[in-house]
Design a protein around this ligand. Sequence first.
Ligand code: PBG
Length: 332
Amino acid sequence: MIERDATPPIQRLRRLRRLSGLRDLVREHEPNVRDLVYPIFVHHGTNLKREIASMPGQFQYSLDRLDEPISATVEAGIPAVLLFGIPEHKDSEGRSACDDEAIVQSAVRKIKNQTNELIVITDVCFCEYTNHGHCGALRSIGGSIEVDNDATLKLLAEQAASHARAGADVVAPSGMMDGMVAAIRRGLDEAKFHYIPILSYAAKFASAFYGPFRDAAGSAPAFGDRRGYQMDPAGGDEAMREVEIDVSEGADMIMVKPALAYLDVVRRVKDRFRVPVAVYNVSGEYAMIKAAAKNGWIDEDRIVLETLTCFKRAGADIIITYHALDAARLFR
Ligand code: PBG
């Protein structure tokens, strides 16, 4: 009788890793330029293209210089931009955000005159428009100054309708007010914009990764922080509740933000809700890669590609990233 070896044969997964053609054939996830959204900062004034110190390669543009990043985005084959406005005047309620002649509305009209090949998404929030830098109107509640949720809802609906009138294709409320999606949906429908989708910043965490953005948008809170409305980074179940509520209020797409440290949330959302999911690869994530690359400590191109691939693996359909223009080049 022949002795049989009891050790099981080696399971050889390396067989499919030997040749780059085989790796290409079996690759499960691949980011595509058609998944990307490029965020752009529109600043008041003229003839302005100012680099953001903590976000090398990203700029604030005045309206008259906006054609430059827009052309670059279209030429790269990127399908969408996300607009942020930095207005000249701020007040306690951020009123200027709702004006049809305001900075973002003017930018939307300008872009739509330049091209009809781009989806224009607008960030709907007040932190860039309030003189205190919070995401809505303030009020004293139980002795402390807080953002007045319900008063802000009305203003959010006004701002979203104004963006739609200017020609925005999608509105993206980012203020984490309770009921914001329902209020905006109602406001849009009443203004006959039933066809404009809402991309809700549904699971937005109170994150230190937004640091550079607040320099870029001039929106750092003058006092306190955003923990009274944005989510605690520890909240996973809470993120599910936020998304569930936003979907029930009529959100067409939902966002998880930031991206890298929150990919478990992306996966949970994707598995549980059958809606398109966007990740926002935020300013601090961008700044870390740029800083390390500048020091020669990492290979920027490879890290960017790896990062975007992992967003797809986690379940993201849409990737909002400051790397968009660079990444589009990498995919070619
Ligand atoms: C708020 C808003 C923020 C970002 C997008 N929308 C900042 C904040 O909540 O403080 C952050 C984006 C980034 O860090 O890239 N309107």
